[in-house]
Design a protein around this ligand. Structure first.
Ligand SMILES: Cc1cc2nc3c(=O)[nH]c(=O)nc-3n(C[C@H](O)[C@H](O)[C@H](O)COP(=O)(O)OP(=O)(O)OC[C@H]3O[C@@H](n4cnc5c(N)ncnc54)[C@H](O)[C@@H]3O)c2cc1C
Length: 400
C-alpha cells in the first residue's frame, strides 16, 4: 500500500508536470479537464478513498484532505471536481461504516457499494455529487430537497432539477440527493434518499451555460431529471442514513475546502517567485524584493497562510463520528478561515506583485478568480459558519 508521502509525491508530480501546464487553456476555454482525469485514472486515484478490500487505495479522510490540497495547488478545477467523486466514495464507505444500521441495512448497503466500487475500480466510472437546487435552503440543510424519488418495483423514479452540478457531462454517475415521495407527507429532511443516477438514463438531461467568473473548467451545469429510473442497487446509502451522516459526521461537508487551501499556497508561492524574478513571462529579478512594503505584504500573506494551514490541519486531524462541540465548531472556523483567507491571500498577491501580474499570460489572475468561488459553496458558506459559531458558542442545545 502506498504511503502518504508517496501519494503526495504522485499528486505533486501530476500537478506540476501535467495539470499546471494545461490549467490556463482549460480556464480560457471553460473546458472540463478530461486529460487530467485520464492521468488521475492511470495513477489509480479514482479509487483513492475506496477501502483496499474493494481494490481501492484505502486513504482515510485526513490523508485525502491533504492530497486534495496538493492537487488544488496545481489546478483548482481538477481538485474541486475530483472532490465530488472522492466525497461520494467516502460518504458510502468510511462514513457509512460509522453510522448505526440494522443488520439488514448493513447487508443491503454492502451489496450496493460493492457493485458501485467495482464500477469505479474496474470500469473507471466517475461520480459527480449534485445536491444543490435553485431553492438553496435544501443544500443548506434547512429544507427537504425538491428533487423527489418515488419507490417503484426494483428501484426509484426520480424527478427534479439540480444546479451547479460539477462534472456535468463528464461523470458517468450523479450522486443525487432527493426526498422520498410519500403519500402521507409533504417531504421531510429525514426522508432524504441518496441515489446514483446513470448519466445515460432516459429522462436525464444537462442544460444551461457554464460561462462564469472562476472555476471555469468545472462544467457545473444544470441537471433535469424527468421520471429517471434508478435501480435499487444504485442506492448510495440506506434510507435515512444521509440525514444521520449530516448530523453525526459533520466534517463530511468540509471536503470542498482543501482545494482552496491549495490555491492559497499557490498564490503565496507565485508571489515569492514573481518578486524573485523566477516567473517565466514576469519581470526579471530587480529591486522589488528589497522593498520593505513588499516584504511586509509577503509577511502578511505568510501569516494568513500559516493560520489557515494550522487550523485546517487540526480540523482534519480530529474529524470523525460524533465530534464534541469544540471539534465541530473548530471545523466551521477552519472552513471559514480557509475559504476567506484563500481569496484574501490572492488579493494581497495581486496588490503586491502589481499591475504587471494581472496579465492573463500569468497564473495569478486565474487563482484570484478561482479563489473567489470558495465562499459560495454550500452548505458551509462563511455566513452559515459564522451563524453557527456565534449561536452555538452562546447557547447549549435546548436553550432559548
Ligand atoms: C464552482 C462551483 C462549483 C459547484 N459545484 C457544486 C456541485 O458539484 N454540487 C453541488 O451540489 N453544488 C455545487 N455548487 C453550488 C454551491 O454549493 C451553491 O449551491 C451555489 O453556489 C448556489 O448558491 P447561491 O449562492 O446561489 O445560494 P444563496 O442561497 O443565494 O446564497 C447566497 C448567500 O446567502 C447565504 N445563505 C444561504 N442560505 C442561508 C441560510 N439558510 N442561512 C444563512 N445564510 C444563508 C450563503 O451564505 C450565501 O453566501 C458549486 C458552486 C460553485 C461556485
Amino acid at each position: 500500500m502506498a504511503t502518504q508521502a508517496e501519494l503526495l509525491a504522485t499528486a505533486e508530480k501530476l500537478g506540476r508536470e501535467k495539470f499546471l501546464p494545461r490549467a490556463a487553456a482549460y480556464d480560457r476555454e471553460g473546458r472540463f479537464p478530461t486529460e487530467n482525469y485520464a492521468d488521475l485514472r492511470e495513477a489509480g486515484f479514482l479509487g483513492l478513498v475506496i477501502p483496499t478490500r474493494y481494490g481501492g487505495m484505502g486513504v482515510d479522510y485526513t490523508r485525502y484532505m491533504e492530497i486534495s490540497a496538493e492537487l488544488g495547488r496545481w489546478c483548482g478545477a481538477t481538485a474541486l471536481t475530483f472532490n465530488m467523486h472522492c466525497a461520494t466514495m467516502m460518504w458510502s464507505s468510511q462514513m457509512a461504516d460509522d453510522l448505526e444500521m440494522t443488520d439488514a441495512q448493513r447487508e443491503a448497503h454492502e451489496k450496493c457499494r460493492t457493485g458501485i466500487y467495482r464500477m469505479v475500480i474496474e470500469d473507471g466510472a466517475l461520480f459527480a455529487q449534485p445536491f444543490s437546487e435553485p431553492n438553496s435552503a435544501a443544500a443548506a440543510g434547512r429544507a427537504p430537497f425538491g428533487t423527489t424519488a418515488r419507490k417503484v418495483d426494483g428501484g426509484w423514479l426520480v424527478n427534479g432539477r439540480k444546479h451547479f452540478a460539477s462534472l456535468a457531462g463528464a461523470a458517468d454517475y450523479y450522486g443525487v440527493l432527493c426526498t422520498e415521495a410519500k403519500e402521507d407527507s409533504d417531504g421531510d429532511v429525514k426522508d432524504t434518499i441518496y441515489l446514483a443516477v446513470n448519466g445515460k438514463a432516459e429522462g436525464f438531461n444537462i442544460s444551461g451555460e457554464w460561462d462564469v467568473l472562476g472555476m471555469r473548467a468545472t462544467s457545473s451545469n444544470n441537471l433535469e431529471l424527468i421520471d429517471v429510473f434508478v435501480p435499487d442497487e444504485h442506492q448510495m446509502m440506506p434510507r435515512g442514513k444521509y440525514y444521520q451522516a449530516a448530523l453525526n459526521w459533520p466534517h463530511m461537508f468540509m471536503t470542498l475546502c482543501p482545494t482552496y487551501m491549495g490555491i492559497a499556497q499557490a498564490a503565496f508561492d507565485f508571489t515569492c517567485q514573481y518578486l524573485r524574478g523566477e516567473i517565466e513571462g514576469g519581470p526579471p529579478a530587480g529591486s522589488a524584493r528589497h522593498s520593505p512594503a513588499k516584504q511586509m505584504a509577503v509577511a502578511e500573506m505568510r501569516i494568513k497562510l500559516e493560520q489557515a494551514r494550522a487550523l485546517f490541519q487540526t480540523a482534519i486531524g480530529e474529524a470523525g463520528v460524533n465530534p464534541d462541540k469544540d471539534v465541530r465548531l473548530r471545523a466551521y472556523a477552519a472552513q471559514f478561515t480557509v475559504m476567506e483567507f484563500a481569496n484574501d491571500i490572492c488579493r494581497l498577491a495581486l496588490r503586491t506583485c502589481g499591475g504587471r501580474a494581472i496579465f492573463r499570460t500569468l497564473r495569478l489572475e486565474q487563482l484570484y478568480r478561482d479563489s473567489r468561488c470558495g465562499s459560495l459553496m454550500l452548505p458551509w458558506t462563511p455566513e452559515i459558519c459564522m451563524e453557527r459559531l456565534g449561536r452555538e458558542s452562546l447557547f447549549e442545545p435546548g436553550e432559548r
